[in-house]
Ligand binder design. Structure first.
Ligand SMILES: Nc1nc2c(c(=O)[nH]1)N[C@H]1C(S)=C(S)[C@@H](COP(=O)(O)OP(=O)(O)OC[C@H]3O[C@@H](n4cnc5c(=O)[nH]c(N)nc54)[C@H](O)[C@@H]3O)O[C@H]1N2
Ligand SMILES: Nc1nc2c(c(=O)[nH]1)N[C@H]1C(S)=C(S)[C@@H](COP(=O)(O)OP(=O)(O)OC[C@H]3O[C@@H](n4cnc5c(=O)[nH]c(N)nc54)[C@H](O)[C@@H]3O)O[C@H]1N2
Ligand code: SF4
Ligand SMILES: [Mo]
Length: 858
């Protein structure tokens, strides 16, 4: 089987993958991001490339249509809206998961041909505060770090980053470097204890949004301790005095940390020259995210610890092409190629190069405002590409209503059913990962190729082509006459050359003569060239700026809802949700709550909580754990209305944004929580897809089909009928056991002697081994034995899955540990756990330490 060299479509680490049409997936040993490693999501890519659920043909008003009529309609509706209401009456909402070529074409159409800057992207929810902070400090949106810096650092400070789960291969590289060089120190700044905390020498369990106070405190200390690089600052940095004055005025009690912890942090940071500060959504997704970014950058600028090996600030990007999107200028307040929308010379140069009839002069609507404009009727035609805003934006129910209010909505997606697609008038089928060609840029500015190794399914087309086809139908055919993504890339590189007279960091000259087909992963401006090592920044005077940061005044609501990610799922699960091996690790929407808070609410293990704000509500399984502080809740963002009844947490989050970047504060919504008293709780495993309508439900894939957690407010009169309906109308004979005294009901469905579905219900959350139950589907186990709810005697119950690659459960691991496998390596030898992608190693460590594993109800 010949393998194609391509790049993982998930996180911003940008790992090289060798992939085959038969589903073979291997880490690319030659890719400088991963040198052969992959995490659990990358390793399971082969399970996500089937065509189940794919959108294979255009759809217009719910009916299959041919491309010509769909594209004609899109072009006509956009043109009509522009003619009647002006260019700002239309909008694109794009994504850091588009390839650079797709993104470039979308941006060109909106800004140069439609003449509006109403193109914003999900990067507004992700990287906008970093972009704004970089521009304030450096004059450009430059990420100066490289992955090697992480290995060469003596101190790594991870601020608001769950690297172990969200950038697993970078985490593994750091873990390996620390193994080799045990004197390397790691500090984790996060209001909760995460899988990442387990590798840290110091966990600063900071008050939410206490980061500005922390780094202001550090800056004041650096001055006090005379660690400031006076010469560097004098020559290359402005704004030091104001920044230090603001830092000195800061009350570090707002960090929520003890004086001892603060002193230890300051001492380590100031005494370690080689320090990298990695930051992610705990910094960006905040009402003061841009200030947090600058508070961090201030400390690196004051000490000159930037742009040199093993040191510097490092904002790690989330999506595979978050960085590429920034490069092509795909945000509403950017132009193209790191040029400024507000600069008339820049605009003229781009318009000349594009030979375009117009160019936008004003910034467009930022994501949250864009959907507000949908709600209030300003937007008449909206095109959503490669993102699922009805789930991923704050106030998601409000956003869904806003989308429903737009007279004409188009989506381009690879899947047919998503919460956003369900609101669209036209669905355009895009080719997905494995079928498409183009480039992505990772967190360290390395451009890699995605290459197709599968044919385009059905009528699906590449995004750049879909956009170009609509552009042509709007009358702009000449400017969008691309035949291949290589044509688009060549134009993008040529634009860069055409505007090279403007001082910018972006420099794509290394790609000028590149052989697109054979392009190897390449960093811009040139491999090995470091930004800022020479003290040259991009403000007009060539200097950097320190920004005076005043930390916010923090309030203490009853609960503060924090949100984020799980190890084995990607965003709204349209792809990872297909993988049986990724399903079982944290299989339902949950909310972490401190034991004291759970006790105060009267919530025991497996209880359901209704979490609500003034925007909306969610019903989530309580995961009672001291990993979150008292008064805090944490819920993952992954569950949608497709897979749950009320598991989408963004129904609760507030559309509050950072005033500089427009990025929503997705990490801290004041919320209420109370027990959701269900009349009954159920669990089912089934061959066919479950279709629960109950107030609580969560559906996921398993090795043998599907499973669902359910809970109802009314006791059904006919358990067999209820179970049959919940199990997706499963056929076959039913074997029913009920017990009125305990309120339990158990149903097994059997066809031709084979178990097709099992259903268990009780007055209390159902206690039984999910993994063992799933294993009974498709077997000839006698129904009564299956209903006993225990693992078959020849198959010991593995317990909840910890290692997704080898399907190793907690019970298996505990048994191995009891027999003497008392290190992660030994567990690996005995059970194989952790020996493939290694993503579960932090959990293996926690398990050996006897700590509670972060598992939902079992
Ligand atoms: N498995 C997986 N990996 C992913 C993704 C995925 O969906 N699944 N998505 C990718 C994308 S697009 C992104 S953007 C990245 C995100 O990667 P991360 O930013 O690492 O992930 P999150 O879980 O969103 O948030 C990180 C942490 O911020 C903490 N936090 C909350 N509030 C604060 C605060 O005020 N201060 C500090 N210091 N910390 C705080 C949270 O408790 C959380 O642990 O992950 C990427 N990688
Ligand atoms: N509460 C809360 N909310 C959050 C966050 C958080 O931490 N907390 N994080 C935010 C962040 S950082 C991000 S990045 C967003 C992510 O949120 P989204 O971007 O909304 O989530 P995805 O599920 O990645 O959506 C991608 C969509 O594109 C489709 N798709 C996949 N490949 C292709 C392709 O090649 N072409 C096309 N046209 N479509 C494709 C997928 O099927 C899917 O529907 O969520 C944000 N929302
Ligand atoms: S760390 Fe995992 S998700 Fe991220 S690029 Fe690498 S394999 Fe893909
Ligand atoms: Mo993101």
């Amino acid at each position: 089987m010949s393998l194609t060299r391509t790049t993982c479509p998930y996180c911003g680490v940008g790992c090289g993958v060798l992939a085959g049409a038969d589903g073979t997936i291997k880490g690319d040993p030659d890719h400088p991001a991963n040198y052969g490693r992959l995490c659990s999501k990358g390793a399971a890519l082969g399970e996500t490339i089937d065509l189940e659920g794919r959108l294979l043909h255009p759809k217009v008003h719910g009916k299959t249509a041919d491309w010509d009529s769909a594209l004609d309609l899109v072009a006509q509706k956009f043109s009509a809206a522009i003619a009647e209401h002006g260019p700002d009456s239309v909008a694109f909402y794009a994504s850091g998961q588009l390839l650079t070529e797709d993104y470039y074409v979308a941006n060109k159409l909106m800004k140069g041909f439609i003449g509006s800057a109403n193109i914003d992207t999900n990067s507004r929810l992700c990287m906008a505060s970093s972009v704004a902070g970089h521009k304030r400090a450096f004059g450009t949106d430059t990420v100066p770090g490289t992955y090697e810096d992480l290995e060469e650092a003596d101190l790594i400070v991870l601020v608001g980053s769950n690297l172990a789960w969200c950038h697993p291969v970078l985490y593994q590289r750091i873990a390996a470097a620390k193994d080799k060089r045990p004197k390397m120190r790691i500090i984790n700044v996060d209001p909760r204890h995460t899988a990442t905390t387990d590798i840290a020498d110091m966990h600063l369990q900071i008050a939410p949004d206490g980061d500005s106070a922390l780094f202001n405190g550090l800056l004041a200390h650096l001055v006090e301790a005379q660690v400031v690089d006076e010469a560097f600052v004098a020559q290359h940095v402005n704004g030091m005095a104001e920044a230090v004055a603001a830092a000195r005025a800061t009350d570090t009690a707002d960090t929520g940390l003890s004086g001892q912890d603060l002193a230890a942090f300051y001492a380590l940071w100031s005494s370690t020259e080689r320090v990298v500060t990695v930051y992610s959504q705990g910094v960006n997704q905040s009402a003061c995210g841009t200030d947090k970014v600058n508070a961090i950058l201030n400390c690196h600028l004051a000490t000159g610890r930037i742009g040199k090996p093993g040191m510097g600030p490092f904002s790690v990007t989330g999506q595979p092409n978050a960085m590429g999107g920034r490069e092509v200028g795909g945000l509403a307040n950017m132009l193209a190629n790191h040029l400024e929308l507000g600069n008339a010379d820049h605009r003229d140069a781009v318009q000349d190069f594009w030979e375009s009839p117009t160019i936008c002069t004003q910034p467009g609507l930022k994501a949250v405002d864009l959907f507000e404009a949908c709600a209030n009727g300003q937007i008449k035609a909206l095109w959503v590409m490669s993102t699922n805003p009805a789930v991923s934006l704050p106030d998601a129910d409000g956003v869904a209503a806003a989308i429903a209010n737009v007279p004409f909505v188009v989506t381009s997606d690879i899947m047919e059913r998503t919460d956003t697609n369900d609101l669209a008038h036209v669905l355009l089928p895009a080719v997905g990962w494995g079928e498409k060609n183009g480039t992505v840029t990772n967190s360290e500015r390395r451009v890699s190729r995605q290459r197709a190794f599968l044919p385009a399914p059905g009528a699906a087309r590449p995004d750049w082509r879909i956009i170009s086809d609509v552009a042509a139908r709007m009358g702009f055919g000449d400017a969008f006459a691309y035949d291949t993504p290589a044509d688009v890339f060549a134009e993008y590189v040529a634009l860069d050359a055409a505007v090279s007279k403007f001082p910018r960091d972006l420099d794509l000259s290394i790609f000028a003569d590149a052989d697109y087909a054979a392009l190897i992963p390449t960093q811009w401006p040139r491999d090995g060239r470091r930004f800022f090592a020479d003290g040259a920044f991009y403000h007009p005077d060539g200097k950097a700026r320190m920004v005076a940061v005043t930390p916010p005044i923090l309030s203490q609501p009853r609960f503060l809802l924090n949100t984020g990610r799980n190890r084995d799922q990607w965003h709204t699960m349209t792809r990872t949700g297909k993988s049986p091996r990724l399903g079982p690790h944290l299989a339902e929407p949950y909310v972490e709550i401190h034991p004291a808070d759970a006790a105060a609410l009267g919530a025991g293990p497996g209880a359901l909580l209704r979490v609500q704000s003034s925007f909306g509500r969610a019903i989530l399984r309580a995961l009672i754990t001291p990993r979150v502080a008292e008064g805090h809740l944490f819920a993952p963002m992954h569950w949608t209305r497709q897979r749950t009844t009320l598991g989408a947490v963004n129904a609760v989050t507030a559309p509050v944004t950072d005033p500089v970047s427009g990025q929503p504060a997705l990490k801290s919504t004041p919320a209420e929580a109370e027990i959701f008293h269900a009349k009954w709780y159920g669990y089912l495993a089934s061959r066919s897809a479950p279709q629960p309508q109950t107030p609580y439900s969560a559906v996921s894939r398993t090795q043998t089909g599907w499973q669902a957690e359910v809970a109802g407010s009314r006791l059904p009169s006919d358990w067999e009928a209820e179970a049959r309906a919940l199990c997706g109308g499963v056929a076959g004979d039913a074997c029913l056991q009920t017990d009125r005294a305990t309120g339990t009901a158990r149903v097994a469905f059997v066809e031709d002697g084979v178990i097709t579905a099992l259903f268990f219900a009780a007055h209390q959350p159902v206690v039984l081994s999910r993994n063992a139950t799933v294993g009974l589907i498709g077997t000839q186990t006698p129904p009564l034995a299956a209903l006993a709810g225990h693992a078959a005697s020849d198959q010991p119950d593995a317990g909840p899955i910890v290692c997704a690659c080898f399907n190793v459960g907690r019970n298996t691991l505990l048994a191995a540990a009891a027999k003497g496998a008392n290190s992660v390596a030994a567990l690996g030898e005995v059970t194989c756990a952790g020996t493939n992608c290694g993503s579960c190693k932090p959990e293996l460590t926690a398990l050996l330490a006897g700590a509670a594993l972060p598992m939902a109800a079992e």
